[in-house]
Write a protein that binds this ligand. Structure first.
Ligand code: ZN
Ligand code: ZN
Length: 224
């Protein structure tokens, strides 16, 4: 699988995964025009809001295991294509571009280590690629922080797509467990924040493992 992907990259002419312009995997225009998220945001979940707020309609009333969630870009069609190329074909340049966008948008978190949402084993092997881990490693270089694999999956999880918020929460509840002791301050990295259910379940496992303050950082965030 890995070899095939590399070989394809050599044979096919390089095109932008977003607009298909020949040249780079992400052309300078598309790189420039990523839909960056800007304040004001909900202090807790990072949803763009009219004014700065502590909690917003999306996160108020929910018990959240993470202290804050932040993302670099809004999840739209262009970002979806970029992430698909990065996930399905393991294009390293795209993970690096995503990390550049994150590091350009967010200050380095005040944590002892970065960790990542572990890939679902079946799907991870299928792709031979772990997007959250790759992003965490790219960010670790930019922020001069260590990466520690702190989480394990306890069971396979059905796809979240098409599920309601309550179903998503149930679907991922208890899906993660601490793989080793977490430092008190830790940053959890994932590719996309959709409903926050995955981030919440993973943060909850980090807290079971000793984490006291979990900051979530993702490349993209679904904005409703
Ligand atoms: Zn492009
Ligand atoms: Zn919120």
């Amino acid at each position: 699988m890995w070899c095939d992907v590399k070989l394809l990259d050599l044979i096919l002419p390089m095109r932008c995964v977003v607009c298909a312009a020949p040249g780079e995997q992400l052309c300078p225009t598309c790189r420039e025009e990523l839909p960056r998220l800007r304040p004001p945001l909900c202090a807790r979940c990072g949803k763009p809001t009219e004014w700065p707020v502590e909690r917003c309609v999306e996160c108020a009333g929910h018990r959240l295991a993470f202290a804050s969630a932040r993302a670099a870009v809004a999840y739209d069609d262009r970002v979806r294509r970029l992430i698909r190329g990065w996930k399905e074909r393991g294009l390293r340049t795209l993970a690096a571009a995503a990390a550049d966008a994150v590091a350009g948008a967010l200050p380095p978190p005040e944590v002892a280590a970065l960790t990542f949402v572990p890939a679902d084993r079946a799907r991870g092997l299928e792709r031979g690629y772990q997007p959250a881990e790759r992003l965490a490693r790219e960010l670790a270089e930019r922020w001069s922080l260590p990466v520690e694999p702190l989480l394990a999956r306890t069971r396979p999880v059905a796809r979240q797509r098409g599920l309601s918020l309550a179903e998503r929460r149930r679907n991922v509840a208890g899906a993660f467990a601490p793989a080793r002791k977490s430092p008190p301050r830790v940053c959890l990295v994932d590719d996309v924040y959709t409903s926050g259910s995955t981030a919440n379940a993973a943060a909850s496992a980090l807290r079971k493992g000793g984490g006291r303050c979990v900051e979530v950082v993702t490349f993209a965030r679904v904005v409703r």
